[in-house]
Design a protein around this ligand. Structure first.
Ligand code: SF4
Length: 739
């Protein structure tokens, strides 16, 4: 019988803007997406992903039945590694051919009881044998707050490990560490919509038009309708440059000298807001002394940005009534990502452009719920609410809530995402649980990642598709996408919003939180652990449990989120939420200046590898493509392209549309060139969504020493013309390893 049409209001599953979606549903199929003008986030506007990118839900390759490797059913555990090596040959540049059917990898479809029992048995076997340090989990910034809270709870409460992380490590870890160090809070200080209150704003390391399109719309409106002045500091001629007063085209990886030179100008030209500095900060004398060498001319010699442009940008920002800074992964994805973010924070401290509406320090968070997953404790150093695992009194609160004996929770800092894989070897990590993440596309230096994945004894993948990483799994637990579950997401400006199911799960797939609860009960029973709560009638109960200890969410209930959500901190149930932070003080008290040095990127161009490669997203796709590449969006942007400047293309004999081979010291890919002035001379750009030419085969796994974030934004590559034949048969050109 045909079901009546209905409209479900929910939140977009793609970027951190968190646009409100209305899913029009008939016969349990979404056939149209709209958005209400009343949404305070997006006022009825949607980008192409939110509007059209929902059809991955119905893609024939979606897995909706639990699957296990045959060896698990046979009970022959000695087959583990051998069986996994039967996974598709992901050699050459195609990490996993889409056309391969799961059955060809020795998968066996099974029921939930069998899949969960086998998973529990194997995890317990490894835990009993090798202990907490052998266990690790990747939570998921696409999943809800409730899903992430439960998964980190399962690993902390049952396996007693803090080896818990997610993709925040790969996007904004540098920003998080810098902000925690400087102000004691790592979220955006002001709401994105406040951009129309800015007189001047800086956008740096963010191609906002493609990564956060609706925020870019508001930025353009701020310039066109409200007369704001925009300063773009970016190696690429991004769309926002067309709206900018100034564009500082710095070389990738030279943020610290450029921002520090702006600070130098602000100090030398007496543009410092001394009232703010004296009242609200500490360490300014030492910091100012450290600026001596950062003259605009010194910064020009490193970054290529004319000294005069640096001076003009500094004056414009410092003399504004209200100025704000918005930044993206071009700041944080560097081996000195923490220093880059600190250098930006210093500009706000010197000028007092923080702690008022229309000002602020605003790292634009990438994934829809990366803010929320971090808030939920999906990180190795923090329980939910950014409570340090080694902080006094913190573990005790969670032990009480989770019914764990005193001292039962680990106080040892866990491993980060990147460290988890590099510790995958006998004596290190043996079992990895992956909820929705895709390290075999998202990690740097994928050849190395593959070698680490092969070392793991047992991998659980909880996902929608057999991703590049799930192809290595021993068990596949089919989960549901955003449109088949209830919960909450927290967007980039801390707005907690409802996620609502539009129709039931497809096939046998289950909601992530239901899968975790069912597995946790099995694990507890096998390990005779004290019983924590796992049986929740509704996700709202999960949120309330977390909020009972996390003060930022204390006043959040599903009822209060019903219309437009709430911006945290929400300290009690009468509190209206907090769009602007730091009005009176910073969480750490005074804002802290930190003297900085310029440290070059780990790999600089040379005669052999003369280009700097920088990577990022395009409008039509999202991250590792697990959703958008299973959507009609893929028809809009079906293949990876490398952007190369016309001057470089001419020197190297490269024409627009020509296949080229791009190599770094770690691997090679073949893809078509697009010759464009969008990039600058000496810099090439590749989006990282395409497994056929995975940009992360090339990127460098050098880490920021504090944040442990890899250097995705700068590595040295060579680019040579290839033939059409090579594009179709890339293996023929690959000399290095399997790629
Ligand atoms: Fe979704 Fe982001 Fe596009 Fe809004 S801007 S529709 S949240 S992808």
């Amino acid at each position: 019988m045909l079901k009546p049409e209905k409209i479900t209001t929910t939140t977009c599953p793609y970027c951190g803007v968190g646009c409100t979606l209305q899913l029009h549903v008939k016969d349990d199929f979404i056939y149209r997406v709209t958005s209400p003008y009343e949404s305070p986030v997006n006022h009825g506007n949607l980008c192409v992903k939110g509007r059209f990118g929902y059809d991955f839900i119905y893609h024939p390759q979606r897995i909706t039945v639990p699957m296990v490797r045959r060896y698990l059913l046979d009970g022959t555990s000695d087959k583990v590694l051998g069986t996994r090596k039967d996974a598709p040959d992901i050699g050459n540049q195609s990490l996993i051919p889409n056309h391969l059917s799961p059955s060809s990898w020795d998968w066996v479809e099974t029921d939930w009881e069998t899949a969960l029992d086998l998973t529990a048995n194997k995890l317990v076997e490894i835990y009993r044998r090798d202990g907490s340090d052998a266990m690790a989990v990747y939570c998921c910034a696409k999943a809800t707050n409730e899903d992430n809270y439960l998964l980190q709870k399962m690993y902390r409460a049952i396996f007693r490990t803090n080896n818990v992380d997610h993709c925040t490590r790969l996007c904004h870890a540098g920003s998080v560490v810098a902000l925690q160090q400087a102000v004691g809070s790592s979220a955006m200080s002001n709401s994105a919509a406040e951009v129309i209150q800015n007189d001047v704003f800086i956008v740096t390391g963010s191609n906002t038009s493609e990564n956060h399109p609706i925020i870019a719309l508001q930025m353009k409106e701020a310039v066109r309708k409200h007369g704001a002045k925009l300063i773009v500091i970016d190696p690429r001629r991004i769309e926002l440059v067309d709206f900018a007063e100034l564009w500082l085209p710095l070389k990738p990886g030279t943020n610290v000298p450029v921002f520090s030179a702006m600070a130098h100008v602000i100090v030398k030209e007496n543009l410092v807001n001394w009232d703010f500095v004296n009242r609200r900060t500490e360490g300014v004398e030492e910091f100012i002394a450290s600026l001596d060498k950062f003259t605009p001319e010194y910064a020009e010699s490193i970054s290529g940005v004319p000294a005069d442009l640096i001076r003009r940008a500094a004056r414009l920002y410092a003399t504004a009534q209200n100025a704000a800074i918005y930044w993206g992964m071009g700041i944080s994805q560097l081996s000195h990502g923490t220093a880059s973010a600190l250098a930006l924070i210093h500009l706000a401290f010197l000028t007092g452009h923080i702690g008022r509406p229309g000002t602020g320090l605003n790292p634009l968070r990438g994934q829809n719920n990366v803010q929320g997953a971090s808030d939920m404790g999906a990180m190795p150093f923090h329980f939910p609410g950014y409570m340090r695992v080694d902080g006094p009194g913190n573990a005790e609160q969670w032990e009480k809530l989770w019914n764990i004996e005193p001292g039962g929770l680990s106080r040892k800092l866990g491993l980060t995402t990147t460290e988890i894989l590099s510790h995958a070897h006998p004596g290190g990590i043996r079992a990895l649980y992956i909820m929705g993440e895709n390290p075999l596309m998202s990690e740097p230096n994928l050849n190395e990642t593959r070698r680490h994945m092969e070392q793991l004894e047992f991998i659980v993948a909880q996902d929608l598709f057999i991703t590049e990483s799930a192809a290595f799994a021993d068990v596949f637990l089919p989960a549901t996408p955003f449109a088949e579950k209830d919960g909450t997401f927290t967007n980039t400006d801390r707005r907690i919003q409802r996620v609502r199911a539009a129709h039931p799960p497809r096939g046998l797939s289950r909601r992530d939180s239901d899968i975790i609860s069912a597995l946790a009960l099995r694990l507890e029973a096998r390990l005779a652990r004290p019983s924590a709560k796992w049986d929740y009638a509704h996700p709202s109960e999960i949120l309330r449990e977390m909020a009972s200890v996390n003060p930022d969410y204390a006043g959040v209930t599903y009822e209060r989120l019903e219309k437009v959500g709430l911006i945290y901190p929400v300290p009690d149930e009468t509190h209206p939420g907090t769009p602007d932070l730091f009005l009176e003080t910073f969480p750490r008290g005074r804002g802290k200046f930190t003297p900085l040095d310029y440290v070059p990127s780990a790999e600089l161009p040379d005669d052999e590898y003369p280009f700097i490669l920088t990577t990022g997203r395009v409008l039509e796709h999202w991250h590792t493509g697990s959703m958008t590449r299973h959507s009609k969006l893929d028809e809009l942007y079906p293949e990876a392209l490398i952007e190369i400047h016309p001057a470089d293309a001419e020197i190297h004999g490269i024409a627009d549309g020509m296949p080229v081979k791009v190599s770094s010291r770690r691997g090679s890919v073949i893809l078509r060139a697009t010759v464009t002035e969008k990039t600058t001379v000496g810099v090439v750009f590749i989006p990282f969504h395409f497994h056929e030419a995975a940009a992360n085969l090339l990127t460098n796994d050098a880490l920021d020493p504090q944040a442990k974030i890899p250097e995705f934004k700068a590595c040295a590559v060579q680019v040579f013309p290839a033939r059409e034949h090579d594009l179709q048969n890339p293996a023929a050109l690959m000399e290095r390893g399997r790629y």
